[in-house]
Design a binder for this molecule. Structure first.
Ligand SMILES: NC(=O)c1ccc[n+]([C@@H]2O[C@H](COP(=O)([O-])OP(=O)(O)OC[C@H]3O[C@@H](n4cnc5c(N)ncnc54)[C@H](O)[C@@H]3O)[C@@H](O)[C@H]2O)c1
Length: 315
């Protein structure tokens, strides 16, 4: 049976890979995106494209009348600093936008909602790493609160309206099509610097760690999320799956590995630590392996090589 999926944010980095993965399985895909940070050329040619915002009545009507089986929600305001300077805008896109889509989904008979949450921002600092799904939640930015609140809204829609929902809590996703000109996405930024033969800037002493997961592995998790039942739940954690490697890599190690992989010999420059940056972050993907047989397939060196090659070719 052909599944019909609506992928919001499908002109962006992760959403476009999810659209590719669904199409590769013979599904019918519609991408909804306002192109605020995404690019039209990221939308796969075989997908239908609707340019509209997640808050627009048109988005709700599309879900109500589009006969979709799956809503895969990746569109978001995802800049932590913007969320701090304009929390109302963050709330409008990330919370009100989600509710607008869910109201359409419940009227339109959508079977499954898959939500792009973030393991990097919903968990508090302090617990042992890598964080399991049950770890303490204490977001420190409006963006983090909007991701956590979204998970609660989804659980409420599951209870109240029988929607089948799942939240994927991503670690730091990297790979082709990530914007190398923005503030986020250190891998894309470093690759871009290497191509320009600029030094790589590391903030603070570079010992801060992140869990880097390759975007095609993340897309496979989105396929698994569409294919498996979640079942009964007693908390938002029962509806959530960490998507990461569980491996902490420091920014210093990331910079060195990337320079080695691509054979570049550039300086690593130091800049003052940035306020509010987490010291360490990693998520434990054991539940995803146990329940849905998902493990990351692309290791850091291979993923860095592929990302660099893509940026060198297309940027
Ligand atoms: N990149 C990561 O490491 C990471 C980690 C955790 C969670 N996430 C989540 O994954 C999702 C995708 O992130 P990404 O890195 O691919 O970012 P991205 O900016 O490449 O993609 C987001 C897409 O959403 C679209 N969009 C933004 N606001 C919109 C609106 N109001 N209406 C319609 N479309 C809108 C943008 O045009 C863009 O195409 C986001 O929900 C983000 O919070 C990303």
């Amino acid at each position: 049976m052909t599944e019909r999926a609506l992928v919001t944010g499908g002109a962006g980095f992760i959403g476009s890979h999810v659209a590719d993965a669904y199409l590769a399985r013979g599904w019918s895909v519609t991408v909804l995106d306002d192109l605020s940070s995404g690019r039209r050329e990221n939308v796969p040619g075989e997908a239908d494209f609707v340019q509209c915002g997640v808050n627009d009545p048109e988005a709700r009507e599309l879900l109500r009348n589009g006969d979709f089986d799956v809503l895969n929600h990746h569109a978001a305001q995802l800049d932590v600093r913007v969320s701090v300077s304009d929390p109302l805008m963050d709330e409008r896109v990330n919370i009100a936008g989600l509710l607008n889509l869910l109201e359409g989904a419940r009227g339109g008979g959508v079977r499954r909602v898959i939500f792009a949450s973030s393991g990097g921002v919903v968990y508090g600092e302090g617990d042992a790493l890598p964080h399991p799904e049950e770890a303490l939640k204490l977001p420190v930015s409006p963006y983090g609160v909007s991701k956590l609140a979204s998970e609660y809204y989804l659980a409420m829609y599951a209870r109240l309206h029988g929607l089948d929902v799942v939240s994927l809590r991503y670690a730091n996703v990297y790979g082709p099509r990530q914007n190398p000109h923005g503030e986020a996405g250190v891998v894309a930024i470093f690759c871009n610097k290497i191509l320009k033969k600029d030094s790589l800037t590391v903030f603070g002493d570079g010992s801060q760690t992140r869990d880097y997961v390759y975007v095609e592995d993340v897309a496979r998790a989105n396929v698994a999320a569409a294919n498996h039942e979640v079942g009964a739940f007693a908390s938002i954690d029962d509806l959530a799956f960490n998507v990461g490697t569980g491996i902490e890599t420091s920014v210093n190690d990331l910079a060195r590995t990337l320079l080695t992989v691509v054979g570049a010999n550039l300086q690593i420059a130091r800049a003052p630590a940035r306020a509010g940056e987490l010291a360490r972050s990693a998520v434990n993907p054991a539940k995803l392996a146990r329940q849905w047989d998902w493990t990351p397939q692309v290791d850091l060196a291979e993923g860095l090589q592929r990302t660099y090659d893509w940026i060198a070719t297309y940027q």
